[in-house]
Design a protein around this ligand. Structure first.
Ligand SMILES: [Fe+2]
Ligand SMILES: [Fe+2]
Length: 285
C-alpha cells in the first residue's frame, strides 16, 4: 500500500483586515512578513496532485499546519488544493490550524477537513483520536494534540483524556495487525520549550507499551527526519518536513508491507525528485 505523508503546507493569506484581528494573528502576520515570506515557496505544491497519481498513491495522510493563522481564506485555499487529489485523505490539525481560541471553539478546521467515520465512533474534534482501517492488516491512529495556545506559544498538548481514549481505541486493533500514528508534533522534548508537545513523555511511554504501532508520522519542525528507534522499543519515526520550505522542501512516500516498509523521500529541485530511499523491516511485536 502506497501512502503519501505530507505536512505543514502553510497556505497563507496576508491581511490587516480588522474584522479578523486577534493579537496572536497579528503576531503571525508579522512572523510571515519578516521571516516566513522569504522562506516559503509554493510552486512545488502545484505538481503534487499529478505526481501522486503518477506514483499510484493509495492514501494521503495530511499532518496539519495547512494554514498560517487559521483564516477562512487559508482554509479555502488548502481545501481547494486537496480537492484536486483523487486519493482518499486523512487530516489532522496542527497548531497553526487552531491558532486562536475562537477558531478552536468554532471548530473551523473540522468544518473544512472532516475524516470518514472512525472505528468506535471517536472523532478528532471531540475525543482527540480517530482510528481508521487503511488496509486489510493496517490501521491509522490519528491525533489532535493542537489546541489553541497563548500568544507566544507553538506548543502542543497531549491531554490525559486523549491518552485515555487512545487506550480505548487500541482494543479495536486485532492482534497481529499493525498501526501507524499520525500526529502533528514530535513527542521528544528536545525542541525549543515553546515548540514542544506538553506531556510528550506520556506519549512516548504509550508508544513503548504498544508495539503494534510501527510508525510514528509527524511534522511541525519543518526538518525532514528518519529515525528507526525500534531497538529502543519505539516506532520508526518519520518527520515529513515541509513541502513549501524554500530550503529543502520534502514529503514522504511509504510503501507499507506486512514485513516492513520502503520510504522514498521526495525533494524539490525544480521538479519533485526522489532524494533518498530506505528499507526498514519491522522488529516490534
Ligand atoms: Fe508548521
Ligand atoms: Fe506546527
Amino acid at each position: 500500500m502506497k501512502v503519501a505523508h505530507v505536512s505543514d503546507l502553510h497556505f497563507t493569506h496576508f491581511t490587516l483586515d480588522l474584522r479578523s484581528f486577534r493579537w496572536k494573528r497579528w503576531l503571525g502576520m508579522c512572523n510571515w512578513l519578516f521571516f516566513r515570506k522569504k522562506d516559503f515557496y509554493y510552486d512545488p505544491l502545484n505538481e503534487l496532485p499529478k505526481l501522486w497519481d503518477r506514483l499510484s498513491v493509495d492514501l494521503i495522510l495530511v499532518g496539519g499546519d495547512l494554514t498560517s493563522t487559521a483564516l477562512q481564506s487559508e482554509f479555502q485555499a488548502a481545501r481547494a488544493f486537496f480537492d484536486r487529489c483523487q486519493q482518499p485523505l486523512l487530516f489532522i490539525p496542527g497548531n497553526h490550524d487552531q491558532y486562536t481560541y475562537d477558531v478552536m471553539q468554532k471548530k473551523t478546521f473540522y468544518r473544512y477537513f472532516q475524516n470518514p467515520a472512525s472505528v468506535g465512533g471517536y472523532t478528532l474534534s471531540q475525543h482527540g483520536v480517530e482510528l481508521h482501517r487503511i488496509a486489510p492488516s493496517w490501521w491509522c491512529i490519528a491525533l489532535d494534540t493542537a489546541p489553541a495556545m497563548p500568544l507566544f506559544s507553538s506548543n502542543g498538548w497531549f491531554a490525559a483524556r486523549v491518552e485515555q481514549h487512545l487506550e480505548e481505541i487500541m482494543r479495536f486493533i486485532p492482534v497481529g495487525d499493525r498501526a501507524l500514528m499520525l500526529n502533528h508534533f514530535p513527542f521528544f522534548q528536545n525542541d525549543l520549550p515553546r515548540h514542544r508537545l506538553h506531556r510528550g513523555e506520556c506519549l512516548r511511554t504509550f508508544l513503548e507499551s504498544h508495539p503494534a504501532i510501527c510508525l510514528y508520522l509527524h511534522g511541525h519542525t519543518h526538518r525532514h527526519t528518519i529515525a528507526d528507534l525500534q531497538k529502543s522499543s519505539l516506532p520508526l519515526i518519520l518527520d515529513a518536513g515541509c513541502p513549501v520550505q524554500r530550503d529543502h522542501p520534502t514529503w514522504n512516500l511509504l510503501d507499507l508491507r506486512d514485513d516492513g516498509c520502503t520510504i522514498e523521500v521526495y525533494s524539490w529541485k525544480g521538479a519533485w525528485e526522489m532524494w533518498q530511499q530506505r528499507e526498514v523491516l519491522w522488529q516490534r511485536r
